[in-house]
Design a protein around this ligand. Structure first.
Ligand SMILES: NC(=O)c1ccc[n+]([C@@H]2O[C@H](COP(=O)([O-])OP(=O)(O)OC[C@H]3O[C@@H](n4cnc5c(N)ncnc54)[C@H](O)[C@@H]3O)[C@@H](O)[C@H]2O)c1
Length: 248
C-alpha cells in the first residue's frame, strides 16, 4: 500500500514495487491520479487497486486500510508518502497553514501507520516505511511547519519501531533531499542552485533513487533494520557547514 501515490515519489515507489511483481494499492486524495497510476501498474505486470484517501481523516484512513486488506488479502508493506508543503516565513505563517501541514504530514502519518500496523499485528509481520525529509534533521528556512512535521515523523518511526519490534513489524523512515518531483517543479534555477550548494553531489535526487530505498527497507534484506532513517540526499545530512565555495 502506497499513500500519496498519485504522483511524484509515491507514484515512483508504487511503480517500482509493481516492477518487483507486487500487487499495489494506490491511495491518494486525488482519486483521478490514483486511478491513472493503478492503470499504469496493471499495464506493467501486477495487480493494482486505486483508493481515494485523505490521510488527515481518521475514519477514512481506517476504512482505506480495511478496503486494501479486503481486496488484496493483506498488507505486506505500507509506504507512506502523502504530504504537503507551503513555504511561508515563520513570522508570517498563519495558524491555519500550520494546522493543515501538521494535520496532513504528521497526524495523517499517525492515522495511516496506526491503521496499517493494527492490521499487520494480526498477521505478525509487516513493513512500514514513512517518507520524512532532510528538513526533519536540520532547520529549513520558510518551512517551520513542514520541517517540524518531518522531524516528528522521524521520531514517530523510532517510537513505533520500539513498540512493534516484538510483533514482527519493522518501521523505518526515508529522508530524501531535494528531489525532482511535481512538489519541487515550481523552483526556478536560482533556487535549485542555492539548494544544490548544500548537497555534496550538487544535484537533485531522482524519484527512482528514493524508490530504491523503499524497496530495500520493505525487503527481506532489511530484516534487522528498524527505527532507522535512511537519508537519500546526495550527502546533505552528512555535510558540514563549510561550503564547496570555501575550498582552497
Ligand atoms: N520532492 C522533494 O524534494 C522532497 C524532499 C524531501 C521529502 N519529500 C517527501 O516525499 C513525499 C512525496 O513528495 P513529492 O515530492 O512526491 O510530492 P508531490 O506533491 O509531488 O506528491 C504528493 C502526493 O500526495 C498527495 N496528497 C497530498 N495531500 C494528501 C492527503 N491529505 N491525503 C492523501 N494524499 C495526499 C498528493 O495528491 C500527491 O499525489 C512527501 O512526504 C514529501 O514531503 C519530498
Amino acid at each position: 500500500m502506497v499513500t500519496g501515490a498519485g504522483r511524484g515519489i509515491g507514484r515512483g515507489i508504487a511503480l517500482a514495487f509493481a516492477q518487483q511483481g507486487a500487487a499495489v494499492a494506490v491511495a491518494d486524495i486525488d482519486s483521478q491520479s490514483a486511478k491513472l497510476v493503478a492503470g499504469e501498474i496493471e499495464a506493467v505486470t501486477a495487480v493494482a487497486s486505486a483508493h481515494e484517501l485523505d490521510v488527515a481523516n481518521h475514519e477514512a484512513a481506517s476504512r482505506c486500510v480495511a478496503e486494501v486488506e479486503a481486496i488484496h488479502g493483506g498488507i505486506d508493506s505500507l509506504i507512506h508518502c502523502a504530504a504537503v508543503n507551503k513555504l511561508t516565513p515563520f513570522l508570517e505563517m498563519p495558524a491555519e497553514d500550520w494546522r493543515r501541514i501538521i494535520e496532513i504530514n504528521l497526524t495523517g502519518t499517525f492515522f495511516v501507520a496506526q491503521a496499517a500496523a493494527r492490521h499487520m499485528v494480526k498477521r505478525e509481520r509487516g513493513r512500514i516505511v514513512l517518507i520524512a525529509s532532510n528538513t526533519g534533521f536540520r532547520g529549513a528556512i520558510d518551512r517551520a511547519a513542514y520541517a517540524a512535521s518531518k522531524a516528528a515523523v522521524i521520531n514517530l518511526a523510532q517510537t513505533m519501531a520500539i513498540e512493534l519490534a516484538g510483533l514482527g513489524i519493522t518501521v523505518n523512515a526515508i529522508a530524501p533531499g531535494p528531489t525532482d518531483t511535481p512538489m519541487t517543479a515550481w523552483q526556478p534555477a536560482e533556487i535549485r542552485r542555492a539548494l544544490c550548494a548544500d548537497v555534496p553531489m550538487n544535484r537533485y535526487g531522482r524519484i527512482e533513487e528514493i524508490a530504491a530505498g523503499a524497496i530495500f527497507l520493505a525487503s527481506d534484506q532489511a530484516s534487522y533494520v528498524t527505527g532507522h532513517t535512511l537519508a537519500i540526499d546526495g550527502g546533505f545530512a552528512g555535510a558540514g557547514i563549510i561550503h564547496r565555495s570555501a575550498a582552497t
